[in-house]
Design a protein around this ligand. Structure first.
Ligand SMILES: [Zn+2]
Length: 217
């Protein structure tokens, strides 16, 4: 079956895991804005060159450029044939409206917009406590996978560090940004009737099952 899906959720709810399961098991194409930027930049297209300029200056790639890249990828033969799962796009209601227009033009509908929901407290617990090795990149977690010696990597003895992204202040800020900009996207899709809310706190396989059971057959 080929489906056209969107995954929405704040950082730490397991969007990446679900996207990987959906692509592996159903053969859907994973489309994320990050991958699409990289693709265009590597192929040195006009859009890629434009995006690169913003990224190099540490600026956000403007909406118009992102949407155009996404439209191009959605029109690719493999995406048309195998279906897709969008992750990290649309991030705003404006992008959601633009996506609707693209899909309408292609005479495509969305099968489901999946909102993965996890209490914020759980997200904080999941993300805070994550540490990485500065030498080999091994990931640890203060509760789920603590290193044998505090602050040192089991594998290579390298010093461990907490990424800026995983510091509690940064996590709260990312959750706040999600609530403000992306949560309205969930309301938008709730109003179009394609929204599916799944529980992301039950483990990846159970979350995956909730998604599959709700799919049109
Ligand atoms: Zn290490």
């Amino acid at each position: 079956m080929s489906y056209r899906l969107i995954l929405i959720g704040p950082p730490g709810v397991g969007k990446g895991t679900q996207s990987a399961l959906l692509t592996e098991r159903l053969g859907l194409k994973a489309l994320s804005s990050g991958d699409i930027f990289r693709r265009e930049i590597e192929a040195e297209t006009d859009l890629g060159r434009l995006a690169k300029r913003y990224i190099q200056h540490g600026e956000l790639v403007p909406n118009g450029v992102t949407i155009e890249m996404m439209a191009k990828r959605l029109r690719d033969d493999d995406t048309r044939k195998h279906g897709f799962v969008l992750d990290g796009f649309p991030r705003t209601v404006r992008q959601a409206e633009a996506l609707d227009e693209i899909l309408f033009e292609m005479e495509f509908g969305l099968d489901k917009v999946i909102s993965i929901e996890v209490p914020e407290e759980t997200i904080l617990h999941r993300l805070a406590g994550r540490m990485g090795c500065t030498k080999c990149g091994e990931i640890y977690h203060s509760r789920n996978k603590p290193p044998m010696r505090e602050g040192l990597c089991d594998k290579c003895n390298g010093p461990l560090f907490v990424r800026t992204d995983d510091q509690p202040g940064t996590i709260l800020e990312r959750l706040r940004v999600f609530r403000e900009t992306t949560a309205p996207v969930i309301d938008y899709y709730a109003s179009t009737g394609s929204l599916l809310r799944v529980d992301g706190s039950v483990g990846p396989e159970d979350t995956y099952r909730q998604i599959i059971e709700a799919m049109p057959r």
